[in-house]
Design a protein around this ligand. Sequence first.
Ligand code: ATP
Ligand code: MG
Length: 431
Amino acid sequence: MSETIKAVKGMNDILPPESATWDWLEGCVRSLMTRHGYVGVRTPIVEPTALFVRGLGEVTDIVEKEMYSFEDSMNGDRLTLRPENTAGVVRAVTEHSLLRDGGKRLYYIGPMFRHERPQKGRYRQFHQVGAEALGYAGPDVDAELILMCRMLWRELGLVDGRDVRLELNSLGQPDERRAHREALIEHFESHAELLDEDARRRLHTNPLRILDTKNPAMQAVVEGAPQLMSFLGTESLAHFDAVRAALDAVGQPYRVNPRLVRGMDYYNLTVFEWVTERLGSQGTVCGGGRYDTLIEQLGGKPAPAVGWGLGIERLLLLLQEAGVAAPAVRPNAYAVVTSAALVPVALRTIDTLRTAGVSVLMHAAGRDGLGSMKSQFKRADASAADYALIFGDDEVARGEVSVKPLRNADEPQQAYALADASDWAARLRNA
Ligand code: ATP
Ligand code: MG
């Protein structure tokens, strides 16, 4: 036998039974998005490398060290597997002039790629749900986006304050950040001996990112750094206050975290994260904020925007930690077919039942045929179906099928006419 081929490190197969939990979660997300007026968008997984370099900023973790970039061997184009999807959505919206007739509320679910050290909650291929509201300037949409997450947590069975918690900050506008930046550089320069190599390198390129350090040795110097909040002008403060007022009005608790800066350069004004204590250093489940300059930066007609991205793997780990399980998916019925000659009749009836909304698992033949009744009933039990549909010679000769309850001992077995399966289908659905 030849050597088997394994999946790429940090890239996971999503298999049953976990894949059913993914399906359930994605269903919850799609329902949530629809109720908020967000519609799906699907952009390519591969984009020109320049999109991310220009979009996310050259001195970011993602662009500096996490991107899967390669040259198209056919034409030499520089391409990258998308590490996030905000830049791709902005590119698509600009390329197709989607904002021509007003704002757009969009969402996506899909794989992202980052070359990180794989560990629990951190993978090289991972999946995000993202919501982006493009063309809206007001703090109302910021609040709506944050509350949309709250609704998702609630519907999944997570508890605010126990499983998740909201952190909020304002990054102000570019000119306010510039003034803050000068003050930051001054602060860090006067404590140069306390900076690690990463911080020293970023001191003059992107000092704000130093605040995002995970190095415990640098916490003190970061703690004492000047805060951006005190550099914000009245408009920025008003925007922030309006977001806070909206959250207060609906009773959504949050902590203002002045150190919250997010990993991408494109953010301004509102930034937020939904964090958890349950996943160690992979504690950010969802993060987002405003990016009013990104569209213009990527060559589009200037328009404000705000959005968030949520890590599906982290959310699933969190659900597990919180003891939340997806509802079990069971077939309504399992079809037992006693001889091959009856398969066409059985298939016709099953088809009618499925059309009427009944989920039916059909016993499938093996190399040695359909197998004994006993072995078929064993499968029927294992499937956790509510009923066995018995297509036997006698039943079919009478133009009937026997419906045997598998889980409710009090319910009698009954025969139904094959010819009008659509009439009794509903009984199988409502067990
Ligand atoms: P972190 O600080 O944990 O590296 P990040 O700031 O890089 O996260 P974002 O770029 O904001 O993350 O992505 C949004 C969400 O996607 C994160 O909050 C997280 O839930 C998820 N995520 C990011 N990177 C990974 C990864 N490598 N594996 C799994 N999930 C991830
Ligand atoms: Mg990261």
